[in-house]
Design a binder for this molecule. Sequence first.
Ligand SMILES: [Zn+2]
Length: 253
Amino acid sequence: MLVKKEGGWKLNDLPFVKKENDFINTYFLEGHEQSANAIDNHVNKIVSLYKDKFDWQPESLNIKLFNSNKELAATIPFGSDKIASWNEYREALKVVDGYEEAFTHYFLQHEITHQFLSHLTNDNCLVWFQEGFANYFSEAINKNAQGQYELDIRISHEASQEMIDRINDEKYPTITTIINAKNKDAYGYLLIDYLIQMHSLDKFVDMILKNYPYIDKRMEHKSEDLNTLLLETLEKHYVSLETLSKEYSNYHK
Ligand SMILES: [Zn+2]
């Protein structure tokens, strides 16, 4: 990234301190060790959940903790300096340490969910489906009364009402046209809720774990290919897209 030094701008990274714990590397800046420890602990528990449920075993997981939104924004290709967290395939997860701990941890569990889905699918998951997935599963991560983490999809199912409120009586797009919808992330969530609640979590997991070769392009340059792949996979795994389109919208009425 670009940093300002005497005499001009330099291409450099921030002076991160690295903390290693098994396969998790947390990079933080001076004075943020306590947050880094809490984050490391949080990440470890989430990975354990995904390991149990989806057999995910990342070789390594890198997390960079920034002091401000501006510093984070300087390292990513799009977006404003209001962004609090970011995930990009094969890069470190990025999060700002400037919010209440509960928020920082929530952002992180969302981004970890993205990263884990990217790993399992070779980055072959279309953005609106990914966003639906990241929102659905990060919502399900729950700390129980004993302080243990659990994945409870009933919570995600209950939260689907928020998505229904967000689309606000809009006519549901067919699955083939979600890609062009304004609230595509919300439809991603609602489609996933329908698939899991009506056809089982195991069947859903079986679908997303199918491996396809990696396409060496940035996400925004492979959307059309990935849309075709997703539609074909859904149809092969469930029923026709026409039937699925009717069913997921009826389910939420
Ligand atoms: Zn996201």
